[in-house]
Design a protein around this ligand. Structure first.
Ligand code: TMP
Length: 205
């Protein structure tokens, strides 16, 4: 890792693709190796942004797409300025469970705000601040549904149908034709995914 500039890494993918479990495994590895890091998530990562997360993801919240995307941008701005950038300036590895790509996919593509419109807003409001690398977890919608059946605490997106998960996957396919993304087959065993992530991390930092 460049000690002066830090490294910003994000995990992206559809519901139940195992990102969060892999982040926990990665944390163990980084601790063992004495690598200085922080983990965070979106929507969230600060007190204000976590409060907005509650409102955005609440099953019954009655907000339209413009309101939702503006709340996400506000939460992200606060997260970047008060958590992510300061950690990067201190030379840390910053790992975020979701970031702007989720907005491009969920609001931009699935909820029809437009991928380009979401990217334009990101450029204008957040100065196009993007991760250095992104692990993109890929999982078929039938496997997503199987995994979600076992989940107890569901958010409003977890409760949706196969069509929704297909669209999320299509959205990620549309935005990921770019060398920032490292694609991960999320149907593989947890341990082999972990090994793959570690091998990439060792090349990146
Ligand atoms: P997760 O914490 O289980 O990944 O769930 C967060 C949910 O929020 C997930 O369904 C995707 C959604 N989301 C958006 O719709 N837009 C965003 O910008 C972000 C960060 C998340």
């Amino acid at each position: 890792m460049n000690k002066k500039k830090g490294f910003f890494l994000t995990f992206e993918g559809p519901e139940a693709s195992g990102k969060s479990s892999q982040i926990k495994l990665l944390e163990k590895y980084l601790k063992q190796k004495n690598i200085s890091y922080i983990t965070t998530r979106e929507p969230g990562g600060t007190k204000l942004a976590e409060a907005l997360r509650e409102l955005i993801l609440k099953v019954k919240s009655n907000i339209n797409i413009n309101e939702e995307i503006l709340m996400l941008m506000a939460a992200r701005s606060h997260h970047i300025n008060t958590v992510i950038k300061p950690a990067l300036i201190n030379g840390k590895l910053v790992i975020s469970d979701r970031f702007a790509d989720s907005t491009f996919v969920y609001q931009g593509y699935v909820n029809k705000f437009g991928i380009l419109n979401a990217k334009t807003l990101h450029k204008k409001i957040l100065n196009n601040f993007l991760p250095n690398k992104t692990f993109l977890f890929e999982l078929s919608s039938s496997q997503i549904l199987l995994r979600l059946k076992k989940r107890k605490n569901k958010n409003k997106y977890d409760k949706l149908e196969k069509k929704f998960h297909n669209e999320v996957n299509k959205g990620y396919e549309l935005i990921s034709n770019n060398k920032r993304f490292i694609k991960i087959d999320a149907s593989k065993p947890i341990d082999s995914i972990h090994k793959k992530i570690i091998s990439h991390i060792n090349l990146l930092i």
